[in-house]
Design a protein around this ligand. Structure first.
Ligand SMILES: [Zn+2]
Length: 123
């Protein structure tokens, strides 16, 4: 339950239920797309990733603070995650998708989250 970064994490469920309430229909974890995006809205050609601040390295976020032991191990592991995310997003954009990343630290404020989603989906 406390595992971070897996499928169907709580922040992801929050975003999904909000989108659903807003009337959007979407598909989950499409295996045929780079990075198996968390949320895909084919009708709008939009993709939303819900990323854990720690595992995906949210820049300048207190929740992405790296461990002070085993530094080399964690640096390599987390840097690999970040560069993989970057490559996936680049490939998706090349395929014509519009991509947004929502960080888990942003999910707590539903009103702001809603505005962010609307801005992304209506443009
Ligand atoms: Zn964050």
């Amino acid at each position: 339950m406390s595992r971070i970064g897996g499928k169907n994490t709580k922040p992801e469920l929050i975003v999904r239920s909000l989108l659903h309430k807003m009337g959007y229909r979407f598909r989950l974890h499409r295996h045929d797309l780079p990075g198996k995006p968390d949320i895909t809205l084919p009708k709008y050609k939009k993709i939303i990733f819900v990323h854990g601040c720690y595992w995906h390295g949210h820049f300048d976020c207190p929740k992405s603070k790296r461990p002070t032991t085993n530094i080399a191990f964690w640096e390599t592991k987390l840097d690999k995650n970040i560069s993989r995310d970057k490559n996936n997003i680049k490939s998706l954009i090349e395929l014509g998708w519009d991509v947004m990343v929502i960080w888990t630290c942003e999910v707590g404020d539903i009103d702001t989250l809603k505005i962010k989603l609307l801005n992304f989906l209506q443009n």
